[in-house]
Design a protein around this ligand. Structure first.
Ligand SMILES: Cc1cc2nc3c(=O)[nH]c(=O)nc-3n(C[C@H](O)[C@H](O)[C@H](O)COP(=O)(O)OP(=O)(O)OC[C@H]3O[C@@H](n4cnc5c(N)ncnc54)[C@H](O)[C@@H]3O)c2cc1C
Length: 427
């Protein structure tokens, strides 16, 4: 579309290149606007598959395509990398730190904030220091080096106690991330790595999954979490439920069990999949706009995802608190699209209220190589059928044709051939 030179174009700034930011930007493709997407990273990240990067199934590029490549055909979208450090809601400008540390100012007419969540260690510095989180591509690559490095160390170690310590993997949090990691480490120990070591058997590995609640996958129907628990146990994963982490050290984890007894287990790999809170950007927005935050730091929005008193600012995805909607990729995609449509409708002169309605497309978690649980409203699937549902949905949402193609090749290598191709790590 050709516009006259002096036409004033509505400037929309989108913060974040996750599901919320990307889907908001894409939904503005045909709108007569200029979109600037600012994100701290140069890539979009498919977080639900981080655990596959950590366990050697996928490469980082397959789940983290460059955002500017994803949006290369969208002429009205400009992508810039930078960290938003300030918001002046009166002047309608953002303060941004460019990658070289220089300060930039970016003006906007409408703003869509999709800053997501970060790992929460509940304010405990020792938990943060001694356990690996799982939120970014760096986290996944660090964890990959820890997991495969532990097997490498076990090959060197003659002392049985030291070897047992290297081969003990302690995972805190039995939501989808903890369950998926436990299942895949179980697969590595009992299936993929069995013939590769000479001085020990990978099946000696202990995979411990701790959770303070009474069952794994608490947001799934009970029947599905029981099935997932049985599938994990078949892979040798030890479930320690109603068990709280009391302390973490460089080589050990201390927990308090349901009987109130404290136990310390030596474990060289400790993984934290137990909590998230809104990214610090939420505080910046709250301070500039007076927006209210919930206990996770998420910002309370009006029914159309805009901030009360600031109809030009929208908060979408994980950073938004609206009607108890969960932190799911699908919520982020739908709210991102919704905010974009509200802005486009306003520009077309349609000021009618547009409350957001969530279309629940279900939740799922892969438990092992070919077994998953999938809940769609009252209906639930497990085992192979659950896994097929998981496969179709994840393929559909992977961004970019090239990524889909290589991902299918890697999945075939893993799911049919039982091998792991993406194990390179640098210590
Ligand atoms: C390990 C893991 C597994 C998951 N599994 C599933 C699953 O199986 N199914 C499911 O539906 N959901 C899953 N989720 C949740 C899902 O990934 C999130 O709901 C979704 O990513 C939220 O999208 P978002 O756009 O709100 O935030 P994010 O995807 O987190 O994106 C946030 C963006 O904001 C940027 N940002 C933050 N602060 C700033 C700043 N100050 N300046 C500039 N940019 C900033 C970040 O760089 C990033 O680009 C999982 C999440 C994790 C971590």
């Amino acid at each position: 579309m050709c516009r006259p030179h002096n036409e004033i174009v509505h400037r929309i700034v989108v913060i974040g290149s996750g599901f919320g930011g990307l889907f908001a930007t894409r939904a503005l493709k045909r709108a007569p606007v200029a979109v600037t997407l600012i994100a701290a990273t140069n890539h979009h990240l498919f977080q639900p598959l981080l655990y596959q990067v950590a366990t050697g199934i996928l490469s980082s590029g397959e789940i983290a395509p460059p955002t500017r490549e994803v949006l290369r055909r969208q002429a009205n979208a400009t992508v810039v990398q930078g960290e938003v450090t300030g918001l002046d809601a009166g002047a309608r400008t953002l303060a941004v730190l460019a990658p070289d540390g220089s300060a930039q100012t970016v003006p906007y007419d409408s703003l869509i904030v999709a800053g997501g969540m970060v790992t929460s260690y509940f304010g405990n510095a020792r938990f943060e220091r001694y356990a690996h989180g799982m939120k970014s591509i760096d986290d996944a690559l660090r964890l990959r080096s820890q997991i495969f490095g532990a097997f490498e160390m076990a090959e060197w170690t003659a002392d049985p106690q030291r070897r047992a310590a290297w081969l003990t993997f302690a995972i805190v949090g039995a939501g989808p991330t903890g369950v998926e990691l436990a299942g895949q480490i179980g697969e590595l120990a009992h299936r993929s790595l069995t013939k590769e070591f000479r001085n020990f058997s990978p099946a000696e590995a202990r995979i411990l999954l701790f959770d303070g609640g009474p069952r794994i996958l608490p947001t799934f129907p009970e029947r599905l979490s029981a099935k997932a628990a049985r599938a994990l146990e078949r892979l040798g994963v030890e479930l320690h439920l109603s068990t709280l982490v009391a302390d973490l050290e460089e080589t050990a984890i201390t927990v308090t069990g349901p009987d109130g007894e404290r136990r310390t287990v030596t474990a060289m790999t400790r993984i934290w999949a137990a909590g998230v809170r809104a990214a610090p950007l939420a505080d910046i927005v709250a301070q500039a706009t007076g927006a209210a935050a919930d206990r996770l730091g998420r910002l309370a929005v009006a029914e159309d995802c805009s901030l009360p008193g600031h109809p030009e600012i929208f908060v979408v995805g994980d950073m938004m608190a609206l009607k108890d909607l969960p932190g799911l990729a699908e919520v982020a995609m739908q709210t991102g699209r919704h905010a974009a449509r509200v802005i486009a409708a306003r520009l077309a002169g349609d000021e009618r209220p547009k409350p957001f309605r969530y279309r629940d497309l279900g939740t799922m978690a892969a438990v092992s190589r070919t077994s998953a649980v999938a809940a769609f409203g009252n209906r639930g699937f497990s085992g192979r059928i659950g896994w097929l549902a998981w496969l179709v949905v994840h393929l559909a949402f992977l961004t970019g044709f090239k990524n889909r193609f290589t991902t299918v090749v890697h999945w075939a290598i893993t799911f049919i051939g039982n091998a792991r191709e993406e194990r390179a790590f640098w210590s």
